[in-house]
Design a protein around this ligand. Structure first.
Ligand code: ADP
Ligand code: MG
Length: 728
């Protein structure tokens, strides 16, 4: 008997949900461990409080003396809540979060000690973080990197540690993390959007990008998950025959949440409340043991931090419940993968969502301006947007007939399609008073306030307008949202800057009225951006053909997709906006290509190991059992044994064939790997891994999965799909 597998199954069957007591209302718990504006007001001087507020609102620097006040207040608050340590909490380019804890405790001589946390420790730290990926930035410039406080994301206590969200940059200023470019992109879109808002409302001083992510994940019993080396080492199953019952019956989606999972969710939500992560929605997803969690949206930088923190908290809470959380985009073949929809909008400090149709024609013209500019930005940067979500694991999902395709298109719904058609026919040059009135009454004025119902039908679109926001659905479940958000906000910022310049030019040189100029520019934008609009089934083959005609990119693999990040267009876009200089852009490209190579390399090694050391020996064992059986039949029945042993003998041969193919393919794969490893250029190496090594995976898997179906269940060592997916 295959002990580990069966022991794990026995234990999993015995597992009971943990009792979760909820004695306090969630509203009382909310942000209990967050040093937000409200708390700060109670712990720091008025002057220090004001200076942090202005740092948050305008990006002004906090002076050292006031930083001391803030840190003292923070320390008092944190210690009162049981914190013993503090850490700068940041998001290096590994995709995980990083922390290095220091105690508040400090000896002051003569056998005594105090708790100390100074302004300088709050504001800046120099972690020895030389092992984080830097894409050559640190080699070219200075070896050192430092973390610096981001006051726009409040400090929080997790466990007994005060965590201070920070950026992570090289000494020469180059960003080594996800947060820095994101903050710069948010700044760029703020300035650009405020400028455009001024056409409609002079009072607007700030525009915030909002993000509401939806996190999908699998929850697998930890014993079962740990019994699979592939799941543990790569986050996905590299082999495993699909279960007879998968998701065909759609009986898991939105179904009753299983008890153990429910206990996990409640425990997790409790933690989220304390940390101020406003989680609101929970439900079963399409695949068995797949779930989703979504918060109420918030300012994008905070939402990104919350998502990164959440993924960490999810793993920790899972340990208590004897679960493993899988964030991989495709942990199991044949059932749905996981994504992370990024719902995005822009809103003003006057309380207007710029992507929400309003009550008046004027507010609707503002809505259309932002709506159409976003579409144009996506059209012109579709390839870069695709690159922003590229990863080895997301490649399994995009274009795999269940998730958005690798082709970026925008869905807007029938009503808005019609509005755009009408706007496209606006007269060139100055509009007559009649036309203007007609437009205002019958086109712009007729956009219903609530578009939600009829815009959310198409679930196959990677970038869909859903009533008052765009939903970028192709983001991977493992991804840090910052990547996608940096690109999206940057391309929209750039587009808004261009729009403003074009409108102003018409006003100044052609003496046009503001509205006329806006209508004229929007008309051209609609004409120029048509190819990106697609209302049909994004999963269909016809769309692939059609998209090709439209010259939309269809980069199915990460090495192909990432190239857009170092195109001249992208490099100059980020440079112009001050989001990333060329060194920073190229460094990210290198890091992501490198990560791609490593992930495929690891998968290839693990697959070789499991196939050779688990599958093949088990198949041989079973073959020996069969041979023994045939031998016995011969002994008992003499020459007539052949008829009786027919099936067994054909199985024996069959097994041999599979074993032979597996061994040959592994040998060839190892050879291909050797060739790839000798390649110096990161591009060529990634290509070699993608096109020369990876194709072996499916082939090897096919034969292993066939063996799984043949070999006696009793001796099969790898926990099967039905056990992983249906044990609750
Ligand atoms: P669905 O599953 O239908 O896509 P959900 O209701 O699960 O939708 O999630 C919608 C997400 O969109 C939530 O995270 C929500 O907070 C977010 N959201 C709603 N309005 C906005 C907005 N104006 N800007 C950004 N995000 C938003
Ligand atoms: Mg969604």
């Amino acid at each position: 008997m295959s002990t580990l597998r069966f022991q794990a199954i026995m234990k999993a069957l015995d597992a009971k949900p943990i009792e979760i007591e909820e004695t306090k209302r969630r509203s009382e718990l909310f942000a209990f461990n967050v040093f937000n504006e409200h708390v700060m007001q109670q712990y720091v001087t008025k002057e220090a409080y004001q200076s942090v507020l202005s740092a948050i609102r305008t990006g002004a620097k906090i002076d050292r003396y006031l930083a001391d006040h803030v840190s003292t207040g923070m320390k008092e608050w944190a210690i009162a809540k049981g914190a013993t340590h503090y850490t700068h909490w940041f998001q290096p380019l590994t995709g995980a979060t990083a922390e290095k804890h220091d105690a508040f405790f400090e000896p002051i001589g003569n056998g005594t000690a105090i708790e100390k946390f100074e302004g300088s420790q709050l504001v800046q730290q120099e972690p020895d973080a030389s092992s984080f990926p830097n894409g050559g930035i640190r080699n070219t410039f200075e070896a050192r990197g430092y973390t610096a406080w981001d006051p726009t994301s409040p400090a929080f206590i997790y466990g007994t540690t005060l965590c201070i969200p920070t950026i992570f940059v090289a000494y020469t200023g180059e960003a080594l993390d996800y947060k820095t470019p994101l903050l710069r992109a948010l700044q760029a879109v703020d300035v650009a959007a405020v400028d455009v808002c001024k056409y409609f409302d002079k009072n607007v001083k700030k525009v915030n990008a909002s993000l509401g992510w939806e996190q999908e994940y699998f929850l697998i019993d930890s014993g079962l998950a740990n019994s699979r080396p592939d799941l543990m080492l790569t986050g996905r199953t590299l082999l495993g025959h699909s279960s007879a019952k998968g998701q065909q019956l759609d009986d898991h989606y939105f179904g009753t949440i299983p008890n153990r999972a429910m206990a996990y969710m409640r425990d997790l939500e409790h933690e989220c409340m304390l940390l101020g992560i406003p989680v609101k929605t929970r439900h079963n997803e399409v695949a068995p043991n797949q779930f989703e969690l979504a918060p109420i949206y918030s300012e994008a930088n905070l939402a990104v931090d919350h998502n990164s923190l959440l993924m960490d908290v999810m793993k920790k809470v899972a340990e208590r419940h004897k679960f493993v959380v899988l964030f991989h985009e495709k942990p199991f073949a044949g059932v749905n993968g996981s994504g992370k929809h990024n719902n995005w909008s822009l809103s003003t400090d006057t309380g207007v969502n710029l992507l929400s149709p309003g009550k008046t024609p004027m507010s609707n013209l503002q809505f259309l301006t932002f709506f159409i500019n976003t579409i144009k930005a996506v059209n012109e940067n579709e390839e870069l947007l695709r690159a922003s979500i590229a990863s080895a694991s997301n490649d399994h999902r995009l274009g795999a007939n269940e998730a958005p395709p690798a082709i970026i298109s925008v869905f807007i719904g029938a009503q808005l399609t019609k509005v755009l058609q009408n706007l496209e026919t606006v007269t060139k040059g100055k509009l007559s008073p009649e036309e203007k009135t007609d437009l205002k009454l019958n086109v712009v004025g007729k956009i219903p306030e609530i578009l939600l119902d009829n815009t959310d039908r198409n679930r196959t679109s990677p970038f869909a307008f859903t009533g008052n926001k765009f939903e970028f659905r192709a983001v991977g479940s493992r991804a840090n949202c910052a990547s996608a958000m940096t690109v999206l906000n940057s391309i929209v910022a750039k587009q808004l800057i261009d729009f403003k310049a074009e409108v102003d030019a018409l006003i100044e040189s052609k003496g046009m009225k503001k509205d006329d100029a806006i209508f004229n520019i929007l008309r051209e934008y609609i004409k120029q951006s048509k190819r990106i609009l697609f209302e049909g089934n994004g999963y269909s083959d016809e769309w692939e053909k059609e998209a090709k005609k439209r010259k939309l990119s269809n980069n199915k693999t990460t090495p192909e997709a990432l190239k857009a990040k170092i195109s001249e267009r992208a490099l100059s876009l980020f440079e112009e906006l001050n989001v990333m200089n060329r060194v920073e852009s190229k460094a990210r490209y290198e890091i992501e290509m490198e990560e791609y190579i490593l992930r495929i390399q690891i998968e290839s090694r693990v697959l070789g190991d499991i196939a050779r050391n688990h599958v093949v020996p088990t198949a041989v064992r079973y073959q020996n059992m069969l041979i023994e059986n045939v031998r016995g039949l011969k002994e008992v029945y003499g020459t007539s044994f052949k008829k009786l042993a027919k099936e067994q003998m054909s199985l024996i041969e069959n097994i041999s064939e599979h074993i032979e193919t597996i061994n040959t393919k592994i040998t060839e794969m190892v050879e291909a790997r050797k060739v790839a490893n000798n390649i110096v250029s990161v591009d060529k190496k990634a290509d070699a891994y993608c096109f020369k090594v990876k194709p072996f995976f499916e082939e090897i898997r096919y034969h292993c999965d066939k063996l799984e179906l043949m070999v006696d269940d009793e001796i099969w060592p790898l926990t099967k799909y039905r056990e992983l997916l249906f044990t609750k």
